[in-house]
Design a protein around this ligand. Structure first.
Ligand code: ADP
Length: 509
């Protein structure tokens, strides 16, 4: 059913986006369109919840058991909720107690879903001025397994004693006006509990009406064998020197410890001004830091200003990464102009630092090689395989906004034929719907990849699917797809994916 339900939703949300991006749309209509968009998103969430619940009840939901970056997961969750809380006027904090590893084995996506559901409720049911927090602690480590405890607390509206025993039931809501007021379904926690139980974990709740709620989740994950899991091959942590700039001594010490554990020696500066002086000295001695981590929010001289001054001394030398507890959209342009290479959400993890450092260095090298070059989409040609006409029209219109032309194939077989018949290099990328009559997207991708011509191997192929389940993502990557976008495709996500994949392919060539 999932395909059948989501396809019309795709058309509604897609066309709504297009109408909103038309500069000629009058203000009043724009308001209606925004409301249509909100309701459509709400309906889509509801549909996803119902589909999830059916999958759980029929035993079709499976857990993955794969190594994943726990630090990335936490970083993604923190970025999402610090920004949501910031927007709603709530205080958000994430604490980590004791040692937590960078990598574990388990189901990344499902664990993320659990945290997002509970934190999402905390934000939803906490009025302006309140607090939401996530605490992570290692409860036990034994026999190659680690039990992690997640405690999510809020100072929101809380629940009555009578309601608490029903909180995990399907469609349970304390107050039926919730549905309209908060746009809820009453399915979120039922799904959450089922996932936690599939993981052999536990979930508990304590709540006082008018005071707030605390959810406690325990899950046991497998450790990654051999803690020698080095964050990176090309980078030698032992040879790196790092400067940490933060006015908060606790945060400095935490960062230093985290880096020390992977063999990186770090020095500390407790203010922007102190950092500028230390960097000046180092630069004069020709012993630059490899990496400078700068807290964004500092009194007197903030992270962006500190970066600007440091760059005026050292030029492009050293990678500079800003640390922030908030989303960085607001400062992005200013920070990049000041010379910031990247951003990391607090609390800090070694793996995230190494990953950002490596990609910052890669970008620096690339930029040095061929000047700063951003992939331009204008004049690009895309082969679009999509059987539903309205979806094809939406994507064509979206792509037109950026000067991209589209060639349509009504099913997978036609896509393979069109690609085969085109002169080499005619297309810059392929957008491939997964469910199509005659030949589906997976098969068409496999066939294109097998063709004996140079562009068949490296043309970016992006899966479009109404099916957001991660098992499908997995399969599509195996078939040779480079990326996976779930419908309804957001124009910005589509452009970013195209830019990055086309750019990547061109640098490789
Ligand atoms: P939904 O949020 O979609 O209604 P859930 O299953 O996630 O569904 O939650 C069920 C109900 O539990 C909510 O409608 C609300 O009444 C109550 N609830 C859940 N989390 C909280 C919270 N943090 N504070 C207060 N009430 C909550």
């Amino acid at each position: 059913m999932s395909h059948e339900i989501r396809t019309p939703m795709n058309a509604i949300i897609g066309l709504d986006n297009i109408a909103l991006s038309d500069p000629e749309t009058p203000e009043k209509t724009r308001e209606y369109l925004e409301k249509i968009g909100d309701s459509a998103e709400h309906l889509l969430n509801l549909i996803n919840d119902i589909l999830d619940m059916t999958r759980i009840e029929s035993g079709r939901m499976v857990l993955r058991n794969e190594e994943f970056s726990f630090s990335r997961l936490l970083e993604a969750v923190n970025t999402m909720f610090s920004s949501q809380c910031h927007d709603k006027g709530l205080d958000y904090q994430c604490y980590i107690n004791g040692e937590v590893d960078d990598y574990y084995i388990g189901d990344n996506m499902k664990l993320r879903q659990v945290l997002i559901n509970i934190l999402g409720n905390a934000v939803k049911f906490t009025p302006v001025g309140g607090k939401v927090s996530l605490q992570v602690a290692r409860k036990a480590q034994f026999d190659g397994k680690t039990t992690l405890q997640f405690t999510i607390s809020d100072t929101g509206i809380g629940m009555s004693k009578e309601f608490i025993p029903h909180i995990f039931d399907t469609f349970a809501q304390e107050d039926s006006s919730t549905t309209n007021k908060y746009g809820s379904s009453g399915l979120g926690l039922a799904i959450t509990r089922s996932i936690v139980e599939m993981m052999n974990g536990t979930i508990e709740v304590e709540s006082t009406k008018g005071k707030g709620s605390t959810f406690t989740v325990n899950v046991t994950l497998d450790d990654v064998a051999g803690s020698e899991k080095t964050p990176d091959q090309e980078i030698h942590p032992g040879e790196m020197t790092v400067l940490i700039v933060d006015d908060d001594p606790v945060a400095c010490e935490h960062a230093r410890l985290v880096l020390e554990r992977v063999g990186i020696a770090a020095e500390i500066a407790d203010s922007g001004a102190a950092a500028v002086e230390t960097v000046r000295l180092r630069h004069a001695r020709h012993e630059p830091y490899n990496l400078i981590l700068v807290d964004w929010q500092m009194p007197e001289m903030d992270g962006v200003e500190t970066t600007r001054r440091i760059r005026s001394i050292i030029g492009n030398e050293s990678a500079i990464i800003i640390l922030t507890a908030y989303k960085w959209d607001d400062i992005l342009d200013e920070a990049i102009q000041a010379g910031v290479d990247s951003f990391i959400a607090k609390p800090l993890f070694a793996a995230a630092v190494m990953e950002e450092f490596r990609s910052a260095m890669q970008r620096k090298n690339l930029a040095a090689k061929d000047g700063v070059k951003k992939t331009d989409l204008t004049g690009r040609r895309i082969l679009l395989a999509e059987d539903v006409q309205v979806n094809a029209e939406i994507i064509e219109m979206v792509l037109q906004m950026r000067g991209v032309t589209t060639d349509l194939a009504e099913n997978g077989r036609i896509a393979v034929e069109k690609f085969e018949a085109s002169p080499e290099g005619s297309y810059d990328a392929i957008l491939m719907d997964m469910r199509m009559p005659e030949m589906d997207g997976l098969e068409a991708t496999r066939r294109i990849r097998e063709l004996d011509r140079a562009d068949a191997r490296n043309i970016p192929i992006i899966a479009l699917t109404a099916n957001a389940f991660d098992e499908d993502v997995q399969r599509s990557l195996q078939a040779g797809l480079n990326a996976h976008l779930s419908k309804p495709v957001q124009p910005d996500t589509l452009f970013e994916t195209l830019e990055s994949l086309i750019g990547q392919q061109e640098t490789e060539e």
